[in-house]
Design a protein around this ligand. Structure first.
Ligand code: ZN
Length: 390
């Protein structure tokens, strides 16, 4: 598995290196460069590829193709040229922390529950699918155990056991492996066949943070973070908590209770406002004339429920034939029309078409929005409903 030109295996902490260009092929819109030796890890085994530069040329994609490692570039590099490679080290080290963290969590779950990692993806977060059911509380315990293994700071070993040694070795592996097998061992954590890059010791994983755990197909999908990205996440969560604590004048870590209290207050106030609007409406109702063919009311800030209640009161208590309650401004009005005598549904299409509206309802009640000025609405409603003879 480990070839002579795979510097990322021989010395996984190499950030810069010198090599010779031994191949450069023009493929469609890019060049594929092959080097005598490379520290760029090609995408594989669930781990994204490294990025960086070869001299001044950007390398954004590195793949393994027919046994060769190809560096995709926008510009060609002459065969025979000596080049200096520089890795985007933060990205690579993030991947090492993530990959070792992923092994550690998968290994601990395998040891405790016997579930296999049946698919994983490393990106901004690490996603792992297990073929068994796990609860968030169980994952919390795994999180604690994984961090304990990190604190033990034991070396992570890479080995190439012989065929006979492999027979007696118990290790996780997704598929039947042929040829030389690369085994990654995390003491007290995991033994797994793997082609990725790993931190030299468990301590360098830094930390493990479980983000979520949900049912997926017959098993469980876990999202987690490791290393710098876990720290960054905790800092963002800290900042959020801090911001909420300042806004609500509450202590940090007690913001949940403060938000609950706020929501309780809000719902009480909403209830009070509703009750007040009803009172106000009863009071206002006295001002409105009774027995009209059309009672039309324009008000500024009524919510839908109050509009409905007012329109119903105008027809039922004030005995108006059609009640139209509109609320809004300029050229946008919400409407509620109520009548127990006229089949309103027949007018719905005409109203919406003429007044650039949307909405509908039953023969007793129509509601929606008109997108036009008050005068147009008023004129049409009068034309349709104000004449008792209609
Ligand atoms: Zn691996």
């Amino acid at each position: 598995m480990e070839e002579m030109n795979e510097l990322f295996y021989r010395e996984p902490y190499t950030r810069e290196f010198d090599a010779e260009v031994i191949g450069c092929t023009h493929v469609q819109d890019h060049y594929e460069i092959v080097l005598s030796d490379t520290a760029f890890y090609p995408e594989g085994g669930g781990q994204p590829c490294d990025t960086g530069t070869l001299d001044q040329i950007n390398i954004e994609n590195v793949q393994r193709r027919d046994g060769a490692i190809v560096h995709c570039a926008d510009a060609p590099l002459a065969v025979g040229r000596k080049v200096h490679g520089i890795l985007n080290w933060q990205r690579r080290f993030d991947h090492m922390q993530e990959h070792s963290g992923e092994h550690l969590v998968s290994g601990l779950i395998f040891r405790k529950y016997g579930f296999d990692n049946v698919g994983f993806h490393m990106g901004e977060t690490i996603q792992i699918d297990f073929n068994g059911s796990l609860s968030f509380d169980e994952m919390r315990l795994i999180e604690v155990r994984a961090n304990e293994v990190i604190w033990q700071n034991e070396p992570i070993e890479i080995s190439y056991p012989t065929h006979d040694e492999l027979q007696s070795l118990s290790y996780r592996s997704k598929k039947e492996l042929h040829g030389r097998v690369r085994i990654v061992t995390i003491p007290d954590g995991d033994v797994c066949a793997c082609c990725g890059t790993h931190t030299a010791s468990t301590g360098e994983i830094g930390m493990i943070r479980i983000l979520s755990c949900e049912k997926h197909k017959q098993g469980t999908r876990v999202q987690m973070l490791a290393g710098r990205r876990a720290l960054q996440y905790d800092q963002e969560i800290f900042d959020q908590d801090h911001e909420i604590s300042v806004l609500l004048s509450s202590e940090m870590k007690k913001t949940g209770a403060a938000v609950k209290e706020l929501m309780q207050k809000l719902s009480e106030q909403r209830y009070q406002i509703g009750a007040l609007q009803k009172d106000l409406m009863t009071y206002q109702l006295q001002e409105y004339a009774a027995d009209l063919p059309l009672a039309m009311v324009f008000e500024k800030d009524l919510d839908r429920e109050t509009m409905r209640a007012l329109a119903i009161a105008l027809t039922e208590k004030k005995n108006c034939r059609v009640a139209a309650v509109l609320s809004g401004r300029e050229n946008a009005y919400g409407y509620v029309l109520v009548s127990h005598q006229v089949d309103l549904k027949k007018y719905s299409k005409l109203l919406n078409e003429s007044l650039h509206g949307a909405g509908g309802g039953t023969s007793d009640i129509l509601q929606g929005n008109f997108r036009t000025v008050k005068e147009d609405i008023s004129d049409l409603l009068k034309q349709l409903f104000a004449n008792l003879e209609q």
